[in-house]
Design a protein around this ligand. Structure first.
Ligand SMILES: CC(C)N1CCN(Cc2ccc(Cn3ccc4ccc(-c5n[nH]c(N)c5C#N)cc43)cc2)CC1
Length: 237
């Protein structure tokens, strides 16, 4: 997968040199480039913003540098992803869809946002996404989060692909609690069933915990979960 990130704060992305994303870049699973938007400015002050038409607080990002940046990085298989407070809520399903793309271009806005004509005239399909109902300073942190969610799904990045099948949001439910040694700690014991060695019993316990957690913490997910899947898997497990 090829990814180009465009930002006025390219140093924000040094975390993407670390851990499993850094390893994916090193092994060629992920071809990631970060670009400074000011590369595509033409004035001595390298201006990227100006005051908003119609008045209002703050500044808006000018269209010219973005258009020049897109021309430099876009290809026929590119998809433009723009984090925004008014974007579609980003979900695990969106992460899976983006992980299947050949080339992603991320536009990191700042100030009060990017001139709308940049999105309207982009030379590639556009996906405006939001991380959640709170307001950030810009798109950079959102891109780091989205890049983690995508990279985990790339074949070969996670040593144990099984991790992806039972984790939260992969099957529409929150995952069950996890435990490790010691068996007793701080006066608390690991649930006996997890130490029983009975894999059918363990699967049923985890399923029940997953349903209970989802029903109590995320009623929205629980309501959307197909009732027939609850009954069938309980019997199967
Ligand atoms: C009512 C109310 C929902 N409105 C909100 C937006 N307010 C204006 C306003 C204020 C600040 C910024 C800063 N900013 C610049 C580019 C940019 C990209 C993403 C995000 C961002 N924020 N939150 C997310 N989940 C995001 C994502 N993904 C924020 C960004 C941009 C825009 C106006 C009030």
């Amino acid at each position: 997968m090829r990814v180009d990130i465009i930002s006025i704060f390219p140093d924000y992305f040094s975390p993407l040199d670390l851990s499993l994303i850094g390893k994916a870049r090193g092994t060629g699973l992920l071809d990631l480039s970060v670009h400074d938007l000011r590369t595509w400015t033409s004035d001595v002050h390298r201006t990227v913003d100006d005051s908003p038409y119609g008045g209002g607080p703050g500044m808006v990002m000018r269209p010219e540098p973005w258009a020049a940046a897109f021309s430099a990085v876009a290809s026929p298989s590119s998809l433009l992803v723009v984090p925004s407070p008014v974007g579609k809520p980003f979900t695990q399903a969106d992460a899976a869809a983006l992980a299947a793309q050949e080339h992603l271009v991320f536009a990191c806005g700042r100030y009060e946002g990017i001139d709308q004509r940049v999105l309207d005239s982009a030379p590639m399909p556009v996906r405006e996404v939001s991380l959640g109902d709170y307001v950030l300073f810009g798109g950079e942190v959102a891109v780091i989060v989205i890049m983690e969610a995508i990279t985990r799904l790339l074949p070969g990045v996670l040593g144990n692909a099984d991790s992806l099948t039972e984790e939260s949001h992969s099957d529409g439910l929150l995952e069950a609690p996890v435990y490790t040694k010691p068996a007793s700690w701080d006066g608390l014991d690991v649930p006996e069933v997890l130490r029983s060695g009975d894999h059918g019993k363990i699967a049923r316990w985890r399923r029940e915990q997953s349903l209970l957690r989802t029903a109590t913490r995320r009623p929205d997910l629980f309501e959307a979960y197909p009732p027939e899947k609850i009954g069938k898997l309980d019997r199967a497990a």
